[in-house]
Design a protein around this ligand. Sequence first.
Ligand code: C2E
Ligand code: CA
Ligand code: CA
Length: 504
Amino acid sequence: MHDRRVTAMLAAMLMVASWFIVYMEYGPALRFDLSSVALGLVSIGLLLLLLQFWHLQASTENQLKALQERLDQLQSLAYQDQLTGLPNYPAFVELADERLLTHAGLHNGVLAITIERYDYLFDVLGHDGLDELMQQAAERLQGACGKGDSLARGDVQDGFVIFHSNIDEDELAQLAERIVTLMKQPFAFQSSAMMLTVAVGMSVHTPSEAAETLIDQAKQALKIALQRGGDQWYLYHPHMEQDTSERFYLHNALFNALANNELSVVYQPQIDAFNNTLSGFEALLRWHHPSLGNISPLEFIPLAEEIGLIGDLGRWLIGQVCKQQIDWQQQGFSLVPVAVNVSPVQISQGDLVDDLEDQLARWNLAPKYLEIEVTENCVMNNFEDAIATLKAIRNIGIEIAIDDFGTGYSSLNYLKRLPGHKVKIDRAFVQEMHEDSDDQAIIQAVISISSQLGMQVLAEGVETNQQKDLLMHLGCNLMQGYLYSKPLAAEDCQPWLTGQALLS
Ligand code: C2E
Ligand code: CA
Ligand code: CA
């Protein structure tokens, strides 16, 4: 393009120069006859044509430049995630395909990452707030990535993907661990702290399969990590389908568990260490399967939620607890409140208030002897409805404890909005508090905010006298844990009800 312009300029200069030479040669003798006028006009015409051509070149060049810029823009729209500035999913698939070709024969890994409870975050933070949080999450993920990692936005709003070439399973797991740990740190959000949980699915392999297969396997692993819930990662393996069929078997077994009397309730004492008295019990479900043995509630409660059985299980449990309280009352014991765990699904299903009222009426039990424990997650789907349900429960006269405080989306701001009367500090903080001054600071903050809000504080998982002493020193007198007692069968609770167990 530039060459043409230079040529045009040279031509113009040559023409002017030749006219100049003609003039110098013939000088004053030059007569304006018809042929010299014609020659002059032709030359001027040629000059104008050249100028026109030059102008045309310049404007075409500008148009092409603008077109190129527009193309670049469109390309970046097609290959870049506009919110985070990261490559988008189609760009990631292309890049992964390319890198699989250049690194064929090496172990290549893909991580699929998802921000858990995205819809809930959307409800709470709104569109702009969530965008801001996703930008922060993207920056933090970028920080967790090393040299060989390519981070991109996934194909769904709440997701990210990472490609890593030349990595083995252990290194991939370390990367996942790093991501989970980093994302667990609170995010600074509109002058308060916001907690996120992520799930990570991974796949790694040598053969030169298409990138999409590798990505697909990471996504399958992600589903399992999500089912396990809360900061989990899971590595794809070819026998994963077997895990799925085991779950299917458990699903069916759980359907029969209630009818077959395989479920039972145990009660863990809660102590007021200041007065050395029993302050309550927590009721915990147990499932003993005839061939599989004891199955942890951490495994079967999520299953029950998944297959729609949690409502029946919850109703059964509330009935059992009411019946037990009446039994104890009839045996002459003074009653203390018994807390039942209520899952977020029960809160959102809408029949919890009726169930509680029905059971209290059926067993003729005073509401003050029942308590429910909910985690902050229970308000995640529909904040207003969930709060209304909790308030209705409180109106019946049943108190509400906020369970596992510090592990979910804990924000102290949030605590204000939950109509709880008690906060249970998760055992993770209690168990580390001697070594970790952060944990101590968190416990102290929860105690001081709770007392300002008029709420009690109970520490879970107290296992040693050292923990008990430190908790009392910090101002927390209510506690529960193996130091006092493991969860007990109903008949073993009597020494606790009489106060006998606390005499020594
Ligand atoms: P959670 O509500 O946090 O219950 C406390 C768990 O900590 C219980 O485990 C209890 O046995 C255990 N624990 C108590 N003291 C100590 C201690 O000093 N050290 C240690 N390491 N652990 C201690 P469990 O019974 O296995 O229950 C696990 C979780 O399952 C419960 O956690 C609760 O989230 C859920 N769950 C149990 N029963 C029910 C139920 O009836 N309904 C619902 N929705 N969830 C339940
Ligand atoms: Ca609990
Ligand atoms: Ca708990």
